[in-house]
Write a protein that binds this ligand. Structure first.
Ligand code: SAM
Length: 246
């Protein structure tokens, strides 16, 4: 049952709102008003007038609830990243940089533990607040530190994800802290960065793959079923590879 303080996802036609329930709170859309006191004590999936109220999904939490102070990894990419890295409840995951914490939130949902490093104090604080607000921070070890300076044990991590401007200078350290054969992924906005990284992997990492993910949503009007007019085009290239030891 919904209670005061819960975050809820409210749908009004095509519009989506993420709100925190308070007894006095309300949402006004056009001429319709949803008083939050009408929702408290009701189960998720309740309809009140034209409003539908649900528990928010992780995607909705990230897209509607997270403060964004950096570019973020979109859920369409983040869930695939977690799948490619083979993350499960036994995985100890390395991530840098944390940015706004969007990828970190997905990793934290799936992994045993996430060690995340962010060089800029402001971003570190926002990411931490984003995850704490939605109860996603319990298994996350946040570090306000350049990964270059992170004191980490050799062979400690089951997998890693790197989202920084130029990952090449960190390759040797990433190699050192991963278990042999472990997966590591990189996000790269431009094609020339992919080429640079592919060259630099030689001798350290094998089994490289590069891909991008395009997702096209459709209008859900039965009589006018067709793709949405706009879509997110290129977000980034994803490169996955595995630690090699000779
Ligand atoms: N993946 C993040 C998300 O989904 O919210 C966004 C990451 S953002 C694009 C890149 C971040 O890497 C920036 O916040 C930057 O400050 C941080 N960064 C860059 N180099 C770093 C380093 N060597 N160690 C730690 N953080 C670093």
């Amino acid at each position: 049952m919904f209670k005061e303080g819960d975050y809820v996802l409210i749908r009004y036609g095509e519009k989506k709102y993420l709100k925190r329930l308070t007894k006095e709170g309300s949402l006004n859309v056009r001429k319709d008003v949803l008083k939050f006191s009408q929702i408290i004590g009701k189960p998720p999936g309740v309809k009140v007038g034209k409003f539908e109220v649900y528990e928010p999904s992780l995607e909705e939490i990230i897209m509607l609830g997270f403060e964004r102070v950096t570019q973020i990894i979109y859920p369409k990419d983040a869930f695939f990243i977690a799948f490619k890295l083979g993350i499960d409840k036994s995985s100890v995951v390395l991530e840098f940089g944390t940015g706004s914490g969007a990828l970190c939130a997905v990793l934290s949902r799936l992994a045993k533990e996430v060690y995340t490093y962010e060089a800029v104090e402001k971003f570190y604080k926002v990411a931490r607040k984003n995850l704490e607000r939605f109860g996603l921070a319990e298994n996350v070890r946040f570090h306000n530190m350049d990964f270059r300076d992170a004191p980490v044990e050799e062979g400690f991590f089951d997998c890693a994800f790197v989202d920084v401007k130029d990952p090449v200078p960190y390759l040797e350290k990433v190699h050192r802290v991963l278990k042999t054969g472990a997966q590591v992924g990189f996000l790269l906005p431009t094609a020339n960065q992919v080429s640079e990284l592919l060259k630099a992997l030689d001798g350290l990492f094998g089994s490289a793959e590069v891909l991008e993910i395009l997702v096209r949503y459709y209008k859900t009007i039965p009589e006018r079923f067709r793709p949405e007019d706009t879509m997110v085009g290129h977000t980034a290239y994803l490169l996955f590879t595995r630690k090699l030891e000779s």
